[in-house]
Design a protein around this ligand. Structure first.
Ligand code: NAD
Length: 508
């Protein structure tokens, strides 16, 4: 892949990994960033240390005290120009996601489009941070509810959405009046450096401290961020293990947290489903991003009469999926993020066999040309599984799909919910009663529940996230902006008397 676009994004051979409004001379160890495509070196990033962290935190806090007084539509104007900057560099940013994160071209571009879309959404929102007026029980009084800026937001992101998750948080937080200090994944810091450069250029020297970032060790820089009282909200995306670690620490200091953690998403396919539609949705959900989306389809709950038909169609479709170089427009499945992820896949396959699963297709490392041998390429895999296999309840971040036969819709719904995670779910059926039941209070317990579309590829307009071990956070569209703001209830007495609420008389 031609790498000339890196210059255009300001990525150099050696890069500072900390920005407090200007790039800091970091010294906490050099990180060589290798491409998952072939293991080749892309660039080096010098990590920041805890002192660098505090510089970033202080600069963000100082910027907050000024930014909170800027009228929201004026804040929105900066975000509008950020969206324009992402638009102008969409192709280069998409290529960087492919090079550093291993996503295929279409998915890299799609992720940049998400950054643009959420910027547009936030611009509109900057004129709609509506509060309420509330009827007071007392004469000549009125009540209102106002939303004020909250404070600094610490944004921790996972490797698999190296740009979009920052944009989801930062575009909204900026119009709400909050700076965002970003700690990206150590596997994709170049995406963070490129976006920070674009955002800082739009903000100019006066406001660039609104978008600080730092690459640093989880147990040092990450630890400092999670304990930092300036970070009023910690928005963290990643594994459930990470959420279990940081959630209690944020709660201990009464900080807010927005946790977006692991998923284990199922598609229910009933006997009356449109199988052609289901096959395409399952393919994208299970194989897209090489199974490395939090919303990837990991379990299929198929009514017995159509099990063989559907699985046969899927095996045929899987056979036509090209695995290989993600920068080649014909490729549908790129590499896993690194060799450790490849080992996790191998171990999962061994466990599946031990637990009685039958590999119906895939299950091995994919054959790729010699030039790609440095990457971890695996065959998209379908397993005939049963609900009693312990591994089915775990999230394995790889393209492994458990196809489980079920007796009926009741059993399917029970198994859909019978996992610790609660992110995304779908049902394929033409029976309106079953579809509505799946979406009802007694239906799927996931934050996302779909009918006749897959589990992944959510639009930014809705609230995104899930419950149980997925963490309970919601971000992106709908009214998710409220988490970035402080709610204030005010009562104003414009009369001459002082009536008390609940009709209480006190000394009169
Ligand atoms: P990960 O948990 O290894 O790392 C995520 C981020 O957390 C990284 O930036 C990492 O440096 C940081 N981190 C880890 N421990 C920390 C600590 N103690 N203190 C501070 N920071 C810490 O996850 P990953 O492998 O990068 O990403 C894959 C995981 O993310 C999967 O489980 C996937 O489901 C999940 N994910 C969830 C969503 C969602 O919206 N629910 C979206 C994307 C990814």
């Amino acid at each position: 892949m031609n790498r000339d676009f890196l210059k255009d994004l300001g990525i150099e051979a050696n890069n500072s990994g900390a920005f407090d409004g200007k790039w800091l001379p970091t010294k906490a160890g050099q990180h060589p960033i290798r491409s998952p495509i072939d293991g080749s070196l892309i660039a080096n990033v010098m990590a920041g240390d805890v002192d660098d962290y505090w510089r970033c935190s202080k600069a963000a806090q100082a910027a907050f005290l000024r930014w909170r007084e800027v009228p929201p539509p004026k804040r929105g104007d900066y975000v509008r120009r950020m969206g324009d900057a992402f638009r102008a560099k969409k192709e280069q940013l998409g290529k960087l996601i492919t090079l550093e994160g291993g996503k295929i071209v279409q998915e890299g571009l799609g992720e940049v489009q998400e950054c643009i879309d959420i910027a547009d959404f936030a611009v509109g929102l900057s004129r709609q941070l509506y509060g309420l007026t509330i009827a007071s029980e007392r004469p000549q009084h009125h009540m209102r509810e106002t939303w004020h800026p909250l404070g600094c937001v610490g944004v921790i992101t996972a490797f698999n959405f190296p740009m979009a998750v920052w944009a989801w948080n930062t575009m909204l937080a900026l119009v709400c009046g909050d700076p965002c200090l970003w700690k990206p994944s150590h596997r994709t810091p170049l995406c963070a450096i490129a976006l920070t450069k674009l955002a800082a250029e739009v903000l100019g020297p006066e406001w660039s401290a609104l978008v600080p970032m730092i690459l640093g060790h989880d147990s040092k820089v990450g630890h400092a961020m999670v304990g930092d009282p300036n970070m009023v909200l910690i928005s963290a995306t990643g594994s459930t293990r990470m959420g279990k670690n940081i959630g209690p620490r944020v709660a201990e200091r009464f900080g807010r947290s927005l946790l977006e953690l692991g998923g284990n998403n199922a598609i229910v396919v009933l006997a009356d489903a449109d199988l052609a539609l289901a096959t395409r949705a399952i393919l994208f959900g299970a194989v897209g991003t090489a199974g490395q989306r939090c919303t990837s389809t990991r379990r299929l709950l198929i009514e017995k009469p159509i099990y063989d038909d559907l699985v046969g169609r899927l095996i045929k479709a899987y056979g036509q999926c090209k695995v290989g170089d993600p920068s080649d427009g014909k490729t549908l499945v790129g590499p896993l993020i690194d060799q450790d992820a490849g080992k996790t896949f191998d171990e999962a396959i061994a466990t599946i066999r031990q637990q009685g699963g039958e590999i119906l297709c895939g299950g091995k490392r994919a054959k790729v040309p010699a030039a790609l041998q440095g990457g971890a390429y695996v065959e998209p895999t379908i397993v005939r599984a049963h609900a009693g296999m312990a591994i089915v309840k775990e999230e394995t971040f790889a393209p492994i799909l458990y196809a489980i036969p079920v007796k009926d819709a009741d059993e399917a719904l029970h198994l859909n919910n019978d996992v610790p995670q609660g992110l995304s779910s779908s049902i394929f059926t033409s029976n309106v009663r079953e579809a509505e039941r799946f979406l009802s209070a007694a239906g799927s317990d996931c934050g996302i529940a779909n009918v006749n579309i897959g589990t992944s590829g959510a639009e930014i307009g809705g609230a995104f996230g899930g419950d149980k071990e997925t963490g309970g956070g919601r971000e992106s569209g709908s009214d998710c902006w409220k988490i970035y703001m402080r709610r204030q209830t005010s009562t104003v007495n414009w009369g001459k008397a002082l009536p008390l609420a609940q009709g209480i008389h006190f000394g009169d």
